[in-house]
Design a protein around this ligand. Structure first.
Ligand code: 2AM
Length: 188
C-alpha cells in the first residue's frame, strides 16, 4: 500500500518567505519548509495497482498553467480548538479548473468522490497542542500577508510516509500543464 496525494509544489523563494513568518507559538509543530505544498486532492492508502491507475488518469489531464497567489492566514479547528494554521490561496478559475480535472480523473481511476469542499491552503503548523490564543495572535499578526504571484506549470503526485514528528513526502510523478493563454488571445 502507498499513501498518496496530489498537490502543487511551491518555489523555494516562496517557501523561504513562508517559513520566515513561522515561530513564536509554544507547542506548535511547524511544517518543515521542504514539506510546504497546496493539496489538490488527498488520496490516502491505495494498493500498487491502483497507484498505477491514478498515475495513468493524472497523466491524461490537459489544463492550462496559471499564476498562483498566496494571501492571508487562517485556522482549521472546531469547538474552540485550533488544529492547524495555514496561508490562504486565491481561489482563481484556473486553479479550480485544475482541481476539478484532478477530481474527475481520479474518479475515473476508481476512487470515491471527495466529499469535502476544495479550500486551497498551505499548512504552516499543527497547533492542537498549542494555546488557541497564541494561534489567534499569529493570525492577527500575519493576516495582511500577500505573496507575489508565482507561475504554476505543473502538478505533482506525492507519496507520504508518516514519521514520528513529521511526514516524509516524496515527489513520485510530475505532470506538466499547458502554456497559459497569452493575454492577447484572452482579449480577442
Ligand atoms: P492539511 O495540510 O490541510 O492537513 C498530505 O497529508 C496532505 O493531504 C496535507 O496537505 C493534508 O492537508 C491533505 N489532506 C487532506 N485530507 C487529508 C486526510 N484525510 N488525511 C491526511 N491528509 C489529508
Amino acid at each position: 500500500m502507498i499513501r498518496l496525494f496530489v498537490a502543487l509544489s511551491l518555489p523555494e523563494a516562496l517557501c523561504d518567505e513562508l517559513s520566515m513568518m513561522c515561530g513564536g507559538i509554544p507547542g506548535a509543530r511547524w511544517v518543515p519548509e521542504e514539506n510546504y505544498h497546496l493539496t489538490l486532492r488527498f488520496i490516502g492508502e491505495v494498493p500498487g495497482w491502483q497507484a498505477q491507475e491514478v498515475d495513468d488518469a493524472l497523466a491524461g489531464i490537459r489544463a492550462p498553467g496559471f499564476d498562483l497567489t498566496l494571501r492571508g492566514v487562517g485556522t482549521f479547528g472546531k469547538s474552540g480548538r485550533i488544529s492547524a494554521l495555514w496561508v490562504g490561496v486565491e481561489k482563481t478559475e484556473p486553479l479550480v479548473f485544475l482541481q476539478s480535472k484532478v477530481e474527475t480523473a481520479l474518479q475515473r481511476g476508481g476512487l470515491e468522490p471527495e466529499r469535502k469542499r476544495f479550500a486551497p491552503h498551505v499548512t504552516l503548523a499543527r497547533t492542537d497542542r498549542a494555546a488557541p490564543e497564541k494561534a489567534i495572535a499569529f493570525v492577527q499578526a500575519h493576516n495582511l500577508f500577500r505573496a507575489a504571484p508565482v507561475p504554476v506549470d505543473g502538478f505533482t503526485l506525492y507519496s507520504s510516509r508518516l514519521g514520528k514528528e513529521q511526514a516524509v513526502y516524496e515527489r513520485e510523478v510530475e505532470y506538466g500543464l499547458l502554456d497559459p493563454k497569452p493575454a492577447a488571445a484572452i482579449r480577442a
